[in-house]
Design a binder for this molecule. Structure first.
Ligand SMILES: C[S@@+](CC[C@H](N)C(=O)[O-])C[C@H]1O[C@@H](n2cnc3c(N)ncnc32)[C@H](O)[C@@H]1O
Length: 214
């Protein structure tokens, strides 16, 4: 009997995501993008150079780090709770995976040793439905993002589905996201994007770029 169903979801989070990446190839998951256009646009908008340090939170098996490497960015880190997603990413990137720092950890609890110029998160923060998890995330963010550093965050918007990957999500407007993050962040710009999953479902995302002022 699989007793994991009786374990609170928080402790099962890692298990959930590992299962997702065991069962699906990177281009089969709902959030797959052949080219992460909005993320690339917002990273370019930061104006940071190729030597800037960029961390992709919950990077999964996304193509983003490989594309950033191709564009000359040199100091890339990918953090994900799922070791399986990191394995998938390393396979995709082959030798280039050695040019990236990989961290297998829960962002809400990780004790960051480095500081970054850019913190990028597409479709991770919105899974944090518990107040203490959001507090943990924001604590990590404030610990790891440099002063005047850029926070790029993509979440489900108000008209998006209430669930993703079978899990409940919090849907944000730019203002409610800003309120959640705190007033030490200045909202620089906001975009809306319709993501169409490989099975044809439309998901309405918001993308915001914030600058950390204190
Ligand atoms: C919907 S996927 C998005 C993946 C990637 N950002 C993209 O856009 O393709 C969510 C990712 O966040 C990771 N994740 C979920 N909760 C996490 C947590 N608490 N800490 C770190 N990673 C987490 C999952 O393993 C998964 O790879």
């Amino acid at each position: 009997m699989d007793l994991s169903v009786f374990i609170p979801f928080k402790r099962n989070r890692k298990k959930h995501w590992n299962r997702v990446y065991e069962k699906n190839l990177p281009n089969e998951v709902g959030w797959y993008q052949d080219y992460p256009k909005m993320s690339m646009k917002l990273i370019a908008a930061t104006g940071v150079g190729a030597a800037a340090s960029i961390i992709d939170i919950g990077g999964g098996a996304s193509k983003l780090p490989g594309i950033l490497l191709d564009q000359g960015y040199k100091r890339l880190t990918v953090l994900d709770i799922s070791g399986k997603s990191i394995e998938r990413s390393k396979i995709q990137l082959a030798e280039d995976s050695n040019r990236i720092t990989w961290i297998e950890a829960d962002v809400t609890k990780y004790d960051f040793k480095e500081k970054y110029d850019v913190w990028h998160d597409r479709a991770v923060f919105h899974f944090l439905t518990a107040v203490e998890d959001r507090k943990g995330y924001i604590n990590s963010l404030n610990q790891a993002l440099k002063l005047n550093g850029h926070l790029i965050i993509g979440t489900f918007g108000p008209d998006a589905p209430p669930k993703c990957s079978g899990l409940s999500v919090v849907r944000y407007e730019p203002e409610t996201l800003h309120n959640e993050l705190g007033n030490n962040f200045n909202l620089a710009e906001t975009f809306f994007e319709d993501h169409v999953t490989p099975s044809g479902v439309r998901q309405k995302f918001i993308f915001c770029r914030f600058i950390k002022r204190t």
